[in-house]
Ligand binder design. Sequence first.
Ligand SMILES: [Zn+2]
Length: 337
Amino acid sequence: MGSNCVIESMGSNNQERRRVGLIYDERMCKHSTPDDEDHPENPNRIKVIWDKLNASGIAQRCVVLDAKEAEDKYLALVHSKNHIDLIKNISSKKFDSRRNKTASKFNSIYFNGGSSEAAHLAAGSVTEVAEQVAKGKLDSGFAIVRPPGHHAEESEPMGFCLYNNVAIATSFLLNERPELGIKKILIVDWDVHHGNGTQKMFWKDPRVLFFSVHRHEFGSFYPGGDGGSYTMIGEGPGTGYNINVPWENGRCGDADYLAVWDHVLIPVAKEFDPDMIIISAGFDAEKKADVSLRARRSSCRGHIELESKEESSSSFLRFFTAFEVGRGSGLWPPFLF
Ligand SMILES: [Zn+2]
């Protein structure tokens, strides 16, 4: 556990203070492309954020947590044994000669000697922040982690994602820490890509409302297919607990985004009444992000409004954000919630 600093509530005239957690560890920067070739998912994505938070004095006002590696038994809540074994061992010497070949079998995946440790730290750190928020030791938090997670499926890394960090943390609270009283979790995935992995992991689970807004282009945009369609609503007891808002055409802006929040997400969230909200936060829809991904022309101010809408619509403050895949390195908007 780091410093005990807290952030004062914005606009508050009294001494009400909020404890905002941050988690970051440089070891997550050791995961990089094998030959250091350029790649949108690179160590600078989190390093720039961390440096900016420190330079601006924000980090010093937060509770900085120590990163943790995820334990196998918690990874196994959403991933198969084969998958865990692969990610655990992929950075070992015995994989040196076939690491690249193994990566090439997957969709948009690279591995190097730092991948295993970084993946375990990312999953464990998101889980750590979630647990501290659930315990009430933090009011909210931000996990600055990589590799990202929302594309990772039960038995398959994909889309730069090795473990599904948010799904692991969600399942951990619901199944391993029932005494903390988190019975319903709302996952808001605002990355420009659909969170295919997270959707599948809670497809039949009414305890988790998965909401994703993403570029879809009638199934032609990554990860492709019908998975991100609005017709995908869950199954069995989970029917109605999966909501996709697919952008079929690019260049949507803040107004479109806010309309979805006002007319879809917030009303549903109020009715669902979750005990915690977890944001799967990719910022690849930002105006300044990779030009090929500008499905939405969302702005920094737009993201601030979205987060404040989510928070103010809740009767609780158990709320945190996990950094997801984003291609605009260092473009994280400078705000905390
Ligand atoms: Zn993305």
